[in-house]
Design a protein around this ligand. Structure first.
Ligand SMILES: NC(=O)c1ccc[n+]([C@@H]2O[C@H](COP(=O)([O-])OP(=O)(O)OC[C@H]3O[C@@H](n4cnc5c(N)ncnc54)[C@H](OP(=O)(O)O)[C@@H]3O)[C@@H](O)[C@H]2O)c1
Length: 249
């Protein structure tokens, strides 16, 4: 479990985690609850959300919706925020991704619908809520993959680049308001979840370690967080690497 010294929060702080039915989002729900937050959790698999809710020590709110269906996802998030009364953090973890070497159209489409359209809809509702509220913290999980034009997963890597630039734009917008509105881009390398199976991965973090580092970064109001921290080195190498080397990845 996380270091209790990081428990800098006052009572009844609230977080919404979009995509909390498994993996990083699920573990984040546990970490925030451990630190006393009331937690709103979302995902399509309602039964899993109920199971997580039963495990958490603090009050939880469940909302089951598909982010890719923006017509229903937008009012669903708005209504969850209203139900919770006030929300301090909204974290967008929902995403899909896997290798798509044959460029199956259905997969490319689903990836963009979830990671681009769904993400944008969730970020839009969240940021406008924080603007109206005068404070708040939006975070989303992009990826180190967004720094690379990955030939094995074009939709995935480009959708993650989109998320990073979109967050940067919102951060610049927040700065202009001079209000305490923060935006964090979380870039994991590999985290052991359903999305990153297999033994041929390197520097794979456990969800527990990854989410503790994410929590720390959010409490410190970091603009960008590499997860785990040593992936900052890889990010730096990618940025200075000649494109002929990058194209081989
Ligand atoms: N694991 C890694 O190595 C890694 C590395 C870099 C970035 N990431 C990013 O981290 C985030 C979390 O992934 P994870 O590793 O924790 O994988 P995961 O266990 O598969 O979790 C994905 C979560 O997103 C939700 N989700 C997916 N599509 C959705 C949709 N259309 N509508 C609503 N919710 C949806 C899933 O819930 P439902 O299926 O119940 O809807 C689930 O809760 C993703 O954005 C991923 O790209 C992961």
């Amino acid at each position: 479990m996380p270091d209790k010294n990081l428990n800098t929060t006052s009572e009844k702080r609230k977080v919404i985690i979009i995509g909390a039915s498994s993996g990083i989002g699920r573990e984040l729900a546990k970490v925030f609850s451990y630190h006393g937050f009331e937690v709103g959790i979302t995902g399509r698999r309602e039964q899993l959300l109920k199971e997580i809710s039963a495990e958490l020590k603090t009050k939880t709110y469940i909302s089951s919706f598909d982010v890719a269906n923006t017509q229903t996802a937008i009012p669903a998030l708005e209504s969850l925020i209203k139900q919770m009364g006030r929300v301090d953090f909204i974290i967008i973890s929902a995403g899909v991704g896997s290798i798509n070497e044959p460029l199956e159209w259905q997969y490319e489409k689903e990836t963009d619908e979830t990671n681009v359209l769904g993400f944008t809809a969730m970020a839009n509702v969240s940021f406008k809520y924080f603007l109206q509220n005068g404070s708040g913290h939006l975070a989303a999980i992009s990826s180190i993959a967004g720094l690379i034009g990955n030939s094995l997963a074009p939709a995935y890597s480009s959708s993650k680049a989109y998320i990073s630039i979109y967050l940067k734009s919102l951060r610049n917008k927040a700065l202009k308001t001079k209000k305490p509105i923060y935006v964090t881009d979380i870039l994991p390398g590999f985290v052991r979840t359903a999305m990153a199976p297999g033994d041929n991965l390197f520097w794979v973090a456990s969800p527990e370690k990854a989410t503790l580092q994410i929590y720390e970064a959010l409490i410190k109001k970091k603009r960008v967080a590499y997860i785990t921290r040593r992936w900052a080195l890889i990010a730096w190498l990618i940025k200075i690497m000649p494109s002929w080397i990058l194209s081989k990845i």
